[in-house]
Design a protein around this ligand. Structure first.
Ligand code: HEM
Length: 409
């Protein structure tokens, strides 16, 4: 196999993420695919992905992408913004440690735990909103719960004013949409930069008790430039809500369509912490993450990847790899307690994992203590979000019934 002969093209509409993931796994641990007109290696076996993510010869900065440097990547390629930012996600070595260090101190488990009362408040308010649905009525659990919860938390942390939440969410949706046209890609890139630069400038004029103002102090000390700061805001605000939205839609969907599993959790046989991990693995919120570039030719999983060829982790495939999760990996088991890679691995392991986990541990039990829910449409009519990076859905329409006080205990 070599990169000039992709086995097939990944579907930018994400029509059936898990069927595609199975096809990848069956083709081998590392296979050449077409990613909206760009050739890349897709890694779909857990053990090989772990090996690559631990190997410092695989770099993240696009300076190391041969085809990009040769001018072969089409203008307006939809995932360009994700690979081009000047932030920790696209930095290696000392540069990565500098940019990550400025942000990661705000997301230690202790600091995150201090957010518990505020997250609980946001969750309770949103559940009160859902409770206004007439018994047996339909609520969209994405628009009414999965979006505003992580959005509310991350925007509050970074001091994003309420009127910017909707434009920020719309721009981030566009940034991950792999069906966008080149002119839309350029407009999204400009719009995100403008919105985050305005946020930074407003905090320069009037600093607040928020993480944007904290990052600006580092700019004054010379440890981060203005452009790096803006790109860091884009990364953390986008990663901090888009991923977690998909976690909630996917976990809610898994539980409401597997009532036997939900009953085990409600009965206390499986903890909410375990459900969180099993849902993260089984329906990974990130389907694929671009890119790693080897600094030299490297043989891995029986395939030689040439220096500068792009490699993507297919997290949706990794989370159901039977070689790691066992022969029943494809069926949802709320109690499956195995280590997964859905938060990444190695130096770029997700900075926000403690925050996402805390949101999950508060919000999932709170939702299922108050409501019974079932899907309001046939499962095949749940519409996927068109992205090769995010594994999500456009809406989660559910029939809602409040639980009686006795049942909720
Ligand atoms: C369930 C929710 C989440 C999932 C599934 C998730 C997934 C991931 C994955 C797979 C990576 C590694 C990417 C790579 O190696 O190329 C990553 C990195 C990252 N995540 Fe998350 N994430 C989640 C929530 C969050 C939250 C809430 C934040 C906000 C603070 C966040 C911020 C980041 C950042 C800044 C990175 C880059 C780290 C680095 O490059 O050193 N994520 N995430």
């Amino acid at each position: 196999m070599d990169l000039s002969h992709p086995l097939f093209a990944l579907d930018p509409y994400a029509t059936d993420v898990h069927a595609e993931a199975e096809r990848l796994r069956a083709a081998g641990p590392v296979v050449p695919v077409d990613v909206v007109g760009v050739a890349a290696w897709a890694v779909s076996h857990h053990a090989v992905a772990q090996q690559i993510l631990e190997d410092s010869r695989f770099l993240t900065n696009s300076r190391n992408w041969g085809a990009l440097q040769r001018g072969e990547v089409p203008e307006g390629w939809p995932l360009m913004k994700i690979i081009m930012g000047q932030n920790m996600g696209t930095a290696d070595g000392a540069e990565h440690r500098r940019l990550r260090g400025l942000v990661s101190r705000a997301f230690t488990p202790r600091r995150v735990e201090a957010l518990r009362p505020r997250i609980q408040q946001i969750v309770d308010d949103l559940l009160d909103g859902i409770a206004a649905t007439p018994a047996g009525g339909v609520a969209d659990l994405k628009a009414g719960f999965a979006v505003p919860l992580p959005m509310g938390v991350i925007c509050e942390l970074f001091g994003v004013p309420a009127e910017q939440h909707a434009p920020l969410h719309a721009l981030c949706n566009a940034a991950f949409d792999t069906t966008s046209r080149p002119e839309e890609v350029a407009a999204t890139e400009k719009g995100l930069y403008r919105l985050m630069a305005e946020l930074a400038e407003s905090k320069i004029a009037e600093p607040g008790d928020d993480l944007t103002s904290m990052l600006l102090e580092h700019r004054t000390e010379g440890t981060i430039t203005f452009d790096e700061l803006v790109d860091t805001l884009i990364l953390v605000l986008a990663a901090g809500h888009q991923t977690t939205i998909n976690f909630f839609t996917n976990a809610l969907l898994a539980l409401i369509t597997h009532p036997d599993q939900l009953e085990l959790v409600r009965a206390g046989a499986i903890s909410w912490e375990t459900v969180t991990e099993s849902a993260l693995a089984w329906d990974s919120p990130v389907s694929q993450s671009p890119f790693r570039y080897p600094a030299q030719d490297i043989e891995i999983g029986g395939t030689v990847i040439r220096r500068g060829e792009p490699v993507m982790m297919s997290y949706a495939a990794l989370g159901r790899d039977p070689a790691h999760f066992g022969p029943l990996a494809a069926s949802f088991d709320a109690g499956r307690d195995a280590r997964h890679l859905s938060f990444g691995h190695g130096p770029h392991f997700c900075v926000g994992a403690p925050l996402a986990r805390l949101e999950a541990h508060i919000a999932l039990p709170a939702f299922f203590a108050r409501f019974d829910a079932e899907l309001a449409v046939p499962a095949q009519e749940v519409e996927p979000f068109p992205s090769l990076a995010l594994n999500g859905i456009r809406a989660l329409p559910a029939v809602i019934r409040p639980r009686t006080a006795a049942a909720a205990v």
